[in-house]
Design a protein around this ligand. Structure first.
Ligand code: AMP
Length: 194
């Protein structure tokens, strides 16, 4: 495991704890010699995770679409900034570069990025670990929703274990190191559907 992609809010959130956790995650990645791959912006938690890593001497690769370059204000002090031409290209590039994925608190954009990687894992398109850093219980409701989805049999229990959640970044990264991807998703075809 060399590079970790972090999905997170372009906003700062209501509590200073979110920015602090983003900075801390960046620092932890740098200390563990892991390259941070993220959306390349200087704003919100995105800026904080990058600053945390850069200030701790880490290597940071930002991937930003050209149309967002100005709106999200591309970070100008990264090890590398890759400018792409669309959101799809951004996600594909981040997915290609990363060996694992972490979602910090964020809004719809963060969830969209996380869910795409999650569903690709279910389909066996990659075998990389993914996890949620549950800062201040921000993702408690999502973790509950995953339980509900599995209970109601819209997701197999084995995929439930794909979405590792932890409150501590070092523990989450440790789980990543021991992660073994479950078998690829199969479909049950009932007789009445034939
Ligand atoms: P947010 O969590 O909504 O603050 O967004 C976090 C990041 O996700 C920002 O860099 C957004 O540009 C990006 N984002 C927003 N919408 C999407 C989308 N539909 N697909 C991929 N990334 C998105």
């Amino acid at each position: 495991m060399k590079r970790i992609a972090v999905f997170c809010g372009s906003s700062e959130g209501a509590s200073p704890a979110y920015i602090a956790a983003a900075k801390e995650l960046g620092k932890t990645l740098a200390e563990q010699g892991l390259t941070l791959v993220y959306g390349g912006a200087s704003v919100g938690l995105m800026g904080a995770v990058a600053n945390g890593a850069m200030q701790a001497g880490g290597h940071v690769i930002g991937v930003i679409p050209d149309f967002l370059d100005k709106r999200e204000i591309a970070h100008t002090h990264l090890s590398e900034l890759i400018v792409v031409s669309s959101m799809h290209e951004r996600k594909a590039k981040m997915a290609e570069l990363a060996d694992g994925f972490i979602a910090l608190p964020g809004g719809p954009g963060t969830l969209e990025e996380f869910f795409e990687i999650f569903t690709w894992a279910q389909l066996g398109l990659h075998q990389k670990p993914l996890g949620i850093l549950n800062v201040e219980g921000y993702y408690d409701l999502l973790v509950k929703l995953f339980d509900h989805i599995a209970d109601e049999q819209f997701m197999h229990e084995k995929y439930r274990t794909m979405t590792m959640a932890d409150t501590d970044s070092e523990r989450l990264l440790e789980k990543f190191r021991h992660y073994k991807a479950p078998e690829v998703k199969t479909y049950i075809k009932r007789p009445e559907q034939t």
